[in-house]
Design a protein around this ligand. Sequence first.
Ligand SMILES: O=C(O)C(=O)C[C@]1(C(=O)O)C=C[C@@H](O)C=C1
Length: 306
Amino acid sequence: MPRLAYLGPEGTFTEEALRLLEPDAERLPCANVTAALNAARGGEADGAVVPLENSLEGAITTTLDEFAWGEPLLITAELLLPVRFSLLARPGTELPHIKRVYTHPAAITQCRAYVARELPDAVVVSAPSTAAAAQEVALPGSPYDAAIAARIAGEHYGLVELAGDIGDRSDTVTRFVRVSRPGPLPEPTGSDRTTLVVFLADDHPGALLEMLTEFSVRGVNLSRIESRPTGDGIGRYFFHFDFEGHVADARVGEAIAGLHRICGEVRFLGSYPRADGVAPQIKRGTADGEFAEAGEWLARVRAGQV
Ligand SMILES: O=C(O)C(=O)C[C@]1(C(=O)O)C=C[C@@H](O)C=C1
């Protein structure tokens, strides 16, 4: 039974994602995303489950930066989890009494319209996670009047739901990934995704276009591109890419090798089955067989068999 670290305490969306990804895993709750990833890196856990992006808010930047700078980890699975937020309070609390709300920063951005409309005078304070907020609000002397968290967190910590589904959109989804220390990759399934971090060799006109060309000419469809500051000053960025396909696919392998030739550093973060099961459209001339046939043709040309 694998032991998986996650952003705790019990009742976070990350825990729900972990339970769906690995129902039989032993769960190790951690105080934050970095601690969960470090537990996986250090061997305290066999892996970790962390949020990577949200369909409304975008990237979870802590996760992106950990993947780029920390000890290498490999993504082995992904999951798309619908996220529904509730306003939770101690029994007896009424909406007009709520002056201090506690929740995770990702929930603050996703519930902005509700808070502005229903709690215009409330101060919203950042918590380590939505469940940590619910746990804190449940304490009798808590300085907070309400938490924004999953309904299940309210049930777990003995809070009542004052309002449900308070997100700005009711179709919001967070994408979670399971990571492990480097080891064998998941086998290609025909519906896979690959994730990379790329550092430029130098800053020059067309550097981004050159990277994108490596994908474009091989028919590799990107699903996410993100720039993150390197920390070396204004205007210095590295790039995160998600794209369709598995590194075992010829077009993907060739694109990554191309990036390795032209960029400063490429960090491979894994090839793993897509959560939505969608198979990529293979453009003419980019199927594995076509790459193999072209290689054989080139070998004949080089041997003078024209
Ligand atoms: O606080 C939690 O419950 C989490 O699992 C974290 C997190 C996030 O980091 O985005 C996960 C899903 C929601 O988007 C809100 C918070």
